[in-house]
Design a protein around this ligand. Structure first.
Ligand code: BTN
Length: 245
């Protein structure tokens, strides 16, 4: 696909910047915004994702398609980025629905958003990945945060632009594969990297514990399965999240 690249030194949020650009008709088709720094980056569930200059990989990829046409998008994106990092032998795990984990700590996250514009539907895929350590953790998560250079020698790490290009190609490839071949291959690949699998977890809704059980993996609908004392229950992405019990 022909991808239009926009590189910025600093921006509020690459997701917001790209959404505005589509809405104002300044971009169309496939476009990427890559920034060195982000002042008001957003994560899931109202979390923030700030980035000091050069410390993290922060980009958004926009596709001219509606979200519902991209099933399991967060899973595809997590897997796509994991596959890029595995080329550098980083043992990445995926925390359903959209966190990248290494050594039990958060390495990155994915934020997918869809909306309508004058010319049709657009989906914006935001990826944030800690690359270099910073004094203040950028991604505050219960387990703390990790960064790429803790796992890869900085001398073999490509530039942020090259890393972003590799991720974009990998995402486009995964999205296409999920559409063309269906999702069973995706689920197999996800299961190999599933950070929850087998753990005792608590299912949360807006931070409140709903029930607990053992994490059993994703089902054919992309929901997460939990084995509870009352049988198997599935968790739908979006408003629910899991926490290790
Ligand atoms: C999460 O962990 O909850 C998701 C974090 C996603 C952060 C990325 S950084 C690039 C893009 N722009 C944003 O404002 N957010 C995403």
């Amino acid at each position: 696909a022909d991808v239009h690249w926009i590189e910025l030194d600093s921006v509020d949020s690459t997701n917001d910047y790209l959404s505005r650009a589509y809405q104002q008709g300044r971009v169309s088709g496939c476009a990427v915004v890559l920034t060195q720094a982000q002042t008001a980056g957003r994560g899931r569930a109202g979390r923030s994702w700030k980035a000091v200059p050069g410390a993290s990989l922060c980009f958004s990829l926009g596709l001219p398609v509606a979200g519902y046409q991209l099933p399991f998008l967060p899973l595809c994106v997590g897997l796509a980025v994991a596959e890029v990092l595995e080329r550098f032998e980083v043992p990445v795990q995926l925390k359903w629905p959209n966190d990248l984990i290494v050594g039990g700590q958060k390495l990155g996250g994915v934020l997918c958003e869809s909306f309508h514009t004058g010319s049709g539907a657009t989906t914006v895929i935001g990826v944030g990945l800690n690359v270099h350590p910073v004094d203040v953790p950028q991604a505050l998560s219960g387990a703390g945060a990790s960064c790429l250079v803790q796992w890869v020698d900085a001398s073999i790490l490509p530039s942020l632009r090259e890393l972003a290009e590799a991720c974009v190609l990998s995402i486009l490839h995964q999205v296409e594969a999920a559409r063309a071949q269906g999702i069973s291959a995706l689920f197999k690949q996800f299961a190999l990297r599933d950070a929850w699998l087998g753990l005792e977890v608590v299912v949360l809704e807006e931070g409140k514990a709903l029930f607990s059980g053992r994490a059993m993996g994703i089902d054919e609908n992309g929901a997460y399965l939990i084995s509870t004392s009352n049988g198997l229950r599935s968790v739908i992405a979006g408003d629910l999240s899991l926490r290790v019990a």
